[in-house]
Ligand binder design. Structure first.
Ligand code: LLP
Length: 431
């Protein structure tokens, strides 16, 4: 199966994180997001253990909140001694509400408003990851006003093409994020940051892209960031303590995707960083990484109920489910692959080919096309696997459809982490 938390019971049902999905669907209704807490913790531990083994105690994985940001997630991250990357006051608010220690929070974003800078400082955020020159001046001004020294990293663009979907590629010179190395502006960025007395420059950040199976772009990013760090040292006499290499390691959505060995990938990146530091006589900085998808994606599974079927003779079959692009817009946006399973009929042959369609008034509202599943009947339960990343966090109320609940599973016991939205929840801000 596509992930090792999926098994088949003797009753022919799909089991997820040790529980029968048909029973789960009965108990919690559909559509519902299920999250395997043990899997999340396992992934966090791989990152913390491997990064610390390679780079010592100052190394820290920062979970990229954007992949899945709810209070219970921050409680788990806090217990797992992770840091976090946050990109908005909303994520900061959620983390604070869960009691996450904000000194381990790093504030991202390419357009932080003055109000957002104030908000983050009020919450005593650990670090700003400053994206551009305007923001540098704004953070300096607010820190000076408060009489504090704010720790910052600078986001630079290393000019690496990660060969992933264009919409999730960010390390190129032409990017709305960060300041380009290629044009020489990144050096100037460092120079300005060093001249500002209310800022304490701690290091540099880059992120090349997401859903990467080939780790060469990440190794290349490591090498380039070390070279940049050495250049800054040589020019300005400042040696960075931290290098943040961003996120991006891919996960398996379908059987044909390769398996990624996270620990081995991190070690390979570490080898390049250490070798380059040795070549440039640079003390090895503490390395930060910002995994999102690779922490939560395969910890997630969504269950739906099959409704109408439409067999268009000679064209194709549509199977409609009780969710869709409102709870998972990733196929609509990026043509993302997903594994779809008729969860109650695991002992039968998957020889029905169809497109799985959502409920929205929108032809593009599809979860997947051309999937092979056991012939579904109205009322069957469909499982869509690997939905833990960028599903709940990108969900919407389009067509006034309430968001599904999030049910977590810990040690084969399920508990509700987010309630199903009600119609009242959807109109509560409306006058
Ligand atoms: N750090 C930064 C600065 C990022 O921009 C991102 C993702 C990450 C870390 C985490 O990357 P990950 O480890 O999850 O690949 N909505 C898209 C993904 C957008 C990713 C944006 N940035 C999707 O559903 O595929």
């Amino acid at each position: 199966m596509v992930c090792d938390n999926l098994t088949v019971g003797a009753n022919g049902h799909l089991y997820f994180a040790g529980l029968d999905t048909i029973e789960l669907a009965k108990e919690y209704g559909t559509p519902t997001y299920f999250m395997d807490e043990n899997k999340i913790r396992e992934k966090c531990r791989i990152y913390t253990k491997t990064l610390k083994e390679c780079f010592g105690d100052k190394a820290l994985p920062l979970y990229a909140s954007k992949a899945f940001s709810i209070k219970q997630m921050y409680r788990i991250l806090s217990e797992e001694h992770m840091g976090i990357d946050v990109v908005s006051p909303g994520e900061i608010y959620t983390a604070c509400a869960a009691g996450f220690p904000m000194e381990r929070a790093f504030f991202h974003g390419n357009n932080k408003s003055d109000e957002e800078i104030v908000y983050a400082m009020d919450k005593q955020i650990g670090y700003f990851i400053v994206d551009n020159f305007d923001e540098l001046a704004a953070v300096q001004a607010e820190a000076a006003k408060r009489g504090i020294v704010q720790k910052v990293l600078l986001r630079v663009t290393p000019g690496i093409d990660p060969h992933t979907h264009q919409k999730i590629s960010t390390g190129n010179v032409d990017s709305k994020f960060g300041v380009a190395m290629q044009t020489g502006q990144a050096l100037e960025f460092a120079k300005q940051a060093l001249s500002m007395d209310s800022l304490s420059l701690k290091g540099f950040h880059c992120h090349v892209g997401s859903q990467l199976f080939d780790i060469e772009p990440l190794r290349e990013a490591g090498r380039t960031m070390v070279q940049f760090t050495a250049q800054v040292r040589d020019r300005f006499g400042y040696t960075a303590e931290l290098i943040d290499l961003g996120g991006g390691l891919g996960v398996r959505y379908v059987d044909s995707d390769p398996e990624i060995d996270l620990a081995a990938s991190i070690r390979e990146i570490a080898d390049v960083v250490k070798a380059e530091c040795a070549a440039l006589h640079l003390d090895v900085p503490a390395i930060l990484m910002e995994p999102g998808r690779s922490i939560v994606a395969d910890a997630g599974l969504t269950l739906y109920t099959v409704g109408s079927k439409k067999e268009i003779s000679g064209i194709k079959n549509y199977v409609s489910i009780d969710g869709g692009m409102t709870d998972n817009p990733r196929y609509t946006l990026y043509s993302s692959d997903y594994t779809v399973i008729n969860a109650g009929k695991m002992h039968e042959k998957a020889d029905y080919v169809c497109s799985v369609a959502g409920k929205c008034c929108e032809s593009g509202d599809l979860i997947q096309e051309g999937v092979h599943i056991v012939t579904p009947e109205r009322g069957d339960i469909l499982a869509v696997c690997t939905t833990g990343a960028y599903n709940y966090s990108m969900s919407s109320n389009y067509n006034a459809i309430p968001r599904p609940p999030v049910v977590m599973i810990r040690d084969a016991k399920a508990y509700v982490a987010v309630e199903r939205e009600t119609f009242d929840d959807m109109i509560c801000c409306q006058k």
